[in-house]
Design a protein around this ligand. Structure first.
Ligand SMILES: [Zn+2]
Ligand SMILES: [Zn+2]
Length: 570
């Protein structure tokens, strides 16, 4: 029987628990827990990893904490272990102790108050002894002993789950090591869910169902996420059928006796967001929690006496509806942006004032702070690294609906500084996404469309809310744009003669911009509701078109040259 008091190397970046704030709306991610992907992932006998991708403010840590609780509640009476690892700080280049602490934490959590029959406990004892031996044993040896303790523990459980939050905080070198470790754990039966700010496992190849009757229950041009292949002919045919068709009894069409179905992908990577429906419930819940019972019938155990805004909301249900829709639309699936908008209503007296505070859809100070915070972290990077981060973001927002990876890559290289000796090297799509810190998304099609993760980011970058982005923009060369058309930072005046109007008018400083925002200056760059809808539609259409162009005609063998080890979906 293991206890929590055992030896624990630990790591500053790792926490085994995350205390959800008391005012967390637990129904936020119900759409995810009710999704096919999640249901199949948590079902017995499934063995792929589930990776959720969400940019800054999307609620990854909250999702991880609620998911772990959900898994515990679901499996309450069974011999099931649920471990969580929250990565809360950046993990440095080749930090060996991270993996050690990771496995240790996993061992402690899965063995806590559980009798594993002695095998795991014995192995862990050997590991403990190895820690005290002088001279110290190698890290490889320690990890080997730890694995010997963890694997039998996983196998002794009916089911074992691990939720890892924030794998994007690991340096690429550590990510590679962690990936190998997770694959081994998965092989021994651990069901793994992770979250990350940016995608890392896009194959660039969407998968479609080959079963002849697929069109009877699902639209033919929509790629499938959970799918099966045929083990006998996978190498040559890549014959694919979706979960629904498999449940309907479909088998491999190429092989006699229907072949042998298996799940070829080791991972499923999904972009997640709060659904509009859940967001609406959350906004109603939060309004009643802050402003009292305003007839929204939210499931709330705390409704304070009506505030001034609360009375106004209760008296004007139509305006209240308009306000809720406005917040849902601005958030566009991002929980933090919704929360920041709701917080900004603390001292507002009437529903009309609340609605007009969002007129023009300007970026409020706290939303600016959300984006500022991400860019703040790049300050300690080298000039070369900073250039890639800033240029990636600017390139992706340059076109209205994102841009192709190969164009973005070219723009970044061509706009490097003269002094940047490393700037000639070609970049991979992974390097660009990692550099962009979660600000950019990626479509899973051959052209690899890279786009801003939230429409407000486009406004933030386009309208030069950030000085570093502004200066980087001066160096960018998009397509045929001539050098003379860009801003020369050395030109007279702080921002050069071609500096954007708002920048010059506000003196370019954050304080001045914030001041102008606060005072409701009419020149503030606006993002109208129509523009938001048009933008969302545009991205969707661009993606759909791209996918449709790539749609392989029925019956023709797939082009498998670009198929990597993990065919995954966006
Ligand atoms: Zn199908
Ligand atoms: Zn087959």
């Amino acid at each position: 029987m293991a206890t929590q008091s055992q030896v624990y190397v630990g790591h500053a970046a790792i926490a085994a628990t995350h205390q959800l704030p008391l005012d967390t709306y637990l129904g936020l991610f119900d759409n995810i827990f009710n999704s096919e992907d999640f249901i199949h992932w948590r079902s017995d006998g499934r063995s792929w990893q589930l990776h959720y991708i969400g940019g800054p403010g999307s609620g990854k840590t909250t999702l991880s904490a609620i998911a772990a609780q959900y898994l515990r509640d679901m499996n309450g009476s069974r011999n099931v272990g649920v471990a969580t690892i929250f990565i809360q700080k950046d993990v440095a280049f080749r930090d060996q102790t991270f993996i050690q602490a990771f496995l240790e934490s996993l061992y402690h959590q899965l063995s806590y108050e559980r009798d594993d029959g002695g095998l795991a406990t014995g192995a862990f004892l050997s590991y403990k002894q190895a820690l005290d031996v002088k001279p110290a044993r190698s890290m490889a040896h320690r990890l080997k002993l730890l694995r010997k303790a963890v694997y039998p523990l996983i196998m002794s459980l009916q089911r074992a789950f691990l939720v890892v939050d924030g794998i994007d905080r690991c340096h690429q070198s550590v990510t590679d090591q962690l990936e190998a470790e997770l694959s081994r754990l998965q092989h021994y039966g651990l069901s793994i869910m992770t979250t990350s700010r940016f995608p890392q496992y896009r194959s660039g190849q969407a998968m479609y169902c080959d079963a002849p009757d697929h069109d009877l229950h699902s639209p033919p041009d929509v790629p499938v996420t959970v799918f099966w292949g045929c083990k006998w002919c996978w190498a040559s045919s890549k014959y694919t059928i979706c979960q629904q068709c498999k449940e309907n009894g479909d088998l491999c069409n190429n092989c006699l006796d229907g072949g042998l179905l298996f799940e070829p992908s080791e991972r499923l990577e999904i972009d997640f967001a709060v659904s509009d429906r859940s967001m609406r419930s959350f906004v109603s819940w939060d309004l009643e929690r802050e402003h009292g019972d305003i007839n929204l019938k939210s499931a709330n155990d705390r409704k304070p006496p009506l505030s001034a805004l609360g009375r106004s909301l209760r008296d004007k249900p139509n305006a209240t509806e308009e306000l809720i829709e406005k917040i849902v639309e601005r958030a566009s699936g991002n929980i933090t942006i919704a929360k920041l908008d709701l917080d900004s209503l603390a001292n507002v007296q009437s529903v009309e004032a609340a609605i007009s505070s969002f007129a023009g859809d300007r970026l409020s100070n706290n939303i600016l702070a959300l984006f500022d915070d991400v860019l703040e972290r790049i300050k300690h990077l080298t000039e070369h690294e900073r250039h890639i981060t800033l240029a990636s973001i600017l390139s992706a927002v340059h076109e209205d609906h994102g841009a192709r990876f190969q164009d973005i890559e070219k723009w970044i290289r061509e706009s490097r500084l003269e002094s940047d000796a490393q700037g000639h090297a070609r970049l991979t799509v992974e390097e660009i996404l990692r550099a962009a810190r979660g600000f950019l998304g990626l479509s899973n099609c051959k052209d690899q469309l890279i786009y801003p993760y939230h429409e407000m980011l486009k406004l933030y970058a386009d309208e030069h809310y950030d000085e570093a982005l502004f200066w980087e923009h001066a160096h960018m060369r998009f397509g045929r744009m001539k050098r003379s058309e860009t801003v020369d930072p050395s030109a007279p005046g702080r921002f050069g003669s071609n500096a954007p109007r708002q920048m010059k008018a506000w003196g370019g400083s954050r304080g001045a911009i914030r001041g102008a925002l606060k005072s409701g200056d009419a020149n503030i760059p606006a993002w109208s509701a129509e523009r938001t809808v048009a933008w969302q539609e545009g991205v969707r259409n661009a993606l759909v078109q791209d996918l449709q162009v790539k749609r392989r005609p029925q019956g023709v063998p797939k082009d498998i040259r670009n198929l990597r080890r993990q065919p995954t979906m966006w």
